[in-house]
Design a binder for this molecule. Sequence first.
Ligand SMILES: [Zn+2]
Length: 249
Amino acid sequence: MGFVKASPQNQLRLLELADLDAELVRLARRRQGLPEVAELARLEARASELKDAIVQTETELSDLSREQSRAERDVEQVRTRIDKDRARLDAGQVSAARELASLQSEIESLHRRQGDLEEIVLELMERWETLVSRRDELAAERESLGSQMEALAAQRDAAFAEIDEQGAKASGQRGEVGADVPADLLKLYDQIRTTRGVGAAMLRVGRCEGCHLSLNTVDLNEIRAAAPDEVFRCEECRRILVRTAESGL
Ligand SMILES: [Zn+2]
């Protein structure tokens, strides 16, 4: 880039641009760093955990429901068998002593089996109740999380709208100021801004306001002796150094 020259007036405009650019950077940081954004991300992560946990609980419930039906069927089968054996016994169909003893022993063993199976059914019912209350707790948390997130999103959107309004204002002003700055000077400014964040700084009382470095006497003397349309840059931070009445020259 060749040597850019610009009138003091145009150089002063760069300070306005730098202020507006700093404002835009500040607004972008505020937008990114909004506490509502971080909090929403945290709640979204929790909501997703809850969703998975609810799905898992529903799956367990449906497995359990099948297990319950099976256990109830088993109990029913044993009961039917006992009834049948009893009926044979009551009808006096069995008279031989050995057959009778065997039938009675079968009924006894079926009763034990029935008792065991009924215990299993009870156990399954307990597990079912535990799971249902867990699912209800999860669902309640998800519901309250949902309304929390809604309120938070509304807060975030209001903050975004405010920031964006200020941003649009600053961008508009930047456009107006930039339109008055000669193209080569604006190009230089924007190049520095892209790498440095801010493209220009005021020289105030012998110091660069961008990096706060005090210029040495040799450099100050050079600036003092230079024509007003020369464009200087800070040796330290490379920003365009703009002379004002406060420069202490
Ligand atoms: Zn500097």
